[in-house]
Design a protein around this ligand. Structure first.
Ligand code: ADP
Length: 547
């Protein structure tokens, strides 16, 4: 049952079930018109002209038919094994039938192996084999057309596909053997279809007429039940079949005439059409498969990347409050360890630990909001206040590395809309990076944090340092997740900053600082309805080391 469900799922992708597109219908029509034009040119008086016998023509033609029909049969059997459609089994057996019938036809063809042909009785045998071959294939096509629209529970094969294919191959082989036996050993029992080893009897014309009727019936059935790409191309095959029979038989059947040769060429065209369409379809499916695998891999990588990014972000953002907690806990213990414990200082340290703990909790909450793109925590904020808080949090490191802090702000600076914790994280990340960059450099160490009105509608914050600066080879990469040049770096700070600022509909970029170092700048939307933060401390230089 599961196999059957999978088979009906897969039907949407193969030509025996796909509806033909307008382009495919037009192409099929163009092929039929081209066949008719070729027919009009080769039919009539021209068809009776005899350019002479080309010795290698029949073996070459038969080999080509054998190979193309066998390949078509193999591909159709393969489709049957996936889709389990009885109709496909019928048409695959039809192609196998023509591939096998061409063998005795070539062997008995007069003049190919022996003057009167192997096995048989000259043209009499060859013509019967040809008629049986060309009558048999349309029978398979009718079986295909009649079974393809049956109730799916009856149309789909529920048993073993291998056994079904083997029995079809065996049955088709047996039919071909029986017909060959009839046309060769039982030759005397068959009505005379040829007068001698060269000329055809009038019976041939009746046989050819019956073949024409059979093919026309086929075309009608296919037309009425046409649904899929395969139906469309089988109709074209039947048209080529029809033209082949007409060219070979009418007005008079003459071997090695232009009509006869042209008929064979039409035979080859009809034999190879479905193979070409199948090969085209397989190539298309292959391309689709490659695209699907690529998309699947990209999706998996994106999911892994998000997972990596979440864990790395949490680790990165929680590191700072945790180290602050450890430092404060050590300090608190030292105050208590004194011979006369200083309880007030210890209390300050413990309060600080509690504050850092709360901040760590808030940071985790804001990371969740960031990945969920949740903007519920957005409020109107004074950016200068946030800068002050971030500098206070980094005070320990600023003091340690003897960095001079310079702040500057426009007098009429508007409030901004944002998430307090997230924007604080951005400032803290940029300040920490600036400290890291200056820590290894000699010369003056100055951190400048500037906030100014931008274009009247935004606020631009710049964090500039006098550190090592960013090498031209790294400028394009520093915002990439996991890119770091530090031995203990995680490469998540800047991507997090950019992601936060962009979630606030702002922009973050980097530029060179003069005379040295880097300057990171970000732009935020001003709160149009909010108040303007007028601060007394417009500009100031604080040697944090002394603060
Ligand atoms: P991390 O700090 O963990 O390395 P970031 O994403 O914050 O991760 O930074 C990525 C890289 O960008 C750093 O390793 C560093 O090379 C470079 N970088 C960031 N800020 C600065 C700066 N102010 N000066 C020089 N280089 C910087």
């Amino acid at each position: 049952m599961a196999n059957t469900a999978a088979a009906s799922e897969e039907q949407h992708f193969v030509l025996s079930h796909l509806s033909p597109s307008l382009a495919q219908r037009r192409l099929a029509l163009a092929v039929v018109l081209a066949l008719l034009v070729a027919f009009a040119i080769t039919a009539g008086p021209l068809s009776t002209i005899q350019p002479g016998r080309i010795g290698a023509f029949v073996p070459a033609y038969a080999t080509a038919i054998f190979v193309t029909d066998l390949l078509t049969a193999v591909l159709l059997f393969a489709q049957f094994s996936i889709l389990r459609s009885r109709a496909l089994l019928a048409i695959a057996s039809g192609y196998l039938y023509t591939a096998l019938m061409v063998i005795p036809w070539m062997l008995t063809f007069p003049g190919v192996f022996t003057p009167s042909g192997l096995l048989g009785a000259g043209l009499q045998t060859t013509n019967w084999l040809y008629s049986l071959w060309h009558a048999g294939f349309p029978m398979f096509v009718i079986a295909y057309a009649l079974s393809k629209d049956a109730d799916p529970t009856k149309e789909l094969w529920h048993g073993s596909t291998g056994a079904a294919i083997l029995s079809s191959v065996a049955a088709t082989g047996a039919v071909v053997c029986a017909l060959t036996l009839l046309a060769t050993a039982g030759n005397d029992l068959m009505p005379r279809i040829s007068v001698d080893s060269v000329r055809f009897s009038t019976l041939w014309l009746y046989v050819a007429g019956c073949l024409v009727v059979l093919i026309v019936v086929n075309l009608i059935v296919l037309w009425i039940r046409r649904r899929s790409v395969l139906d469309l191309w089988l109709m074209v095959v039947m048209c080529a079949y029809l033209i082949e029979i007409c060219l070979i038989s009418f007005p008079v059947p003459i071997r090695y005439s232009i009509g006869w040769y042209a008929g064979r060429v039409f035979g080859l065209v009809s034999s190879s059409l479905v193979l070409f369409v199948l090969l085209y379809e397989i190539t298309m499916l292959y391309a689709q498969l490659l695209r699907a695998i690529g998309a699947q891999r990209r999706e998996r990588e994106a999911r892994l990347m998000t997972g990596d990014a979440v864990t790395a972000t949490i680790a990165h953002e929680v590191k700072q409050p945790l180290s602050a907690m450890i430092t404060n806990a050590d300090a608190g213990l030292r105050w208590l360890d004194r011979s006369v414990p200083d309880l007030d200082e210890a209390k300050v340290a413990f309060k600080q630990i509690a504050a850092d703990g709360r901040r760590a909790g808030a940071v985790i909450g804001s990371i969740r909001a960031m990945f969920k793109r949740d903007d519920r925590g957005r409020i109107s904020l004074d950016i200068k206040e946030l800068i002050g808080e971030a500098l206070a949090l980094a005070r320990g490191d600023l003091q340690k590395h003897r960095i001079l802090v310079h702040t500057e702000a426009d007098v009429q600076l508007p409030q901004v809309i944002g998430d307090r914790i997230q924007l604080q994280q951005v400032l803290l990340n940029l300040i920490t990076n600036a400290i890291d960059s200056m820590a290894g450099e000699d010369g003056p160490r100055v951190l400048s944090v500037k906030s100014e009105v931008h274009d009247g509608v935004g606020v631009m914050v710049s964090v500039a340092d006098t550190g090592a600066g960013i090498g031209s080879q790294d400028v394009d990469r520093i915002f990439n997740p996991l890119f770091t040049t530090k031995s203990d770096g995680m490469g998540m700070g800047l991507p997090i900053c950019r992601s936060i600022i962009e979630a606030h509909e702002g922009r973050l970029w980097v530029a060179e600082n003069t005379p040295r170092g880097a300057v990171f700048q970000f732009l935020l939307r001003a709160d149009s309805g909010g108040s303007t933060a007028v601060s007394a401390s417009v500009s100031g230089t604080v040697p944090v080391a002394a603060a």
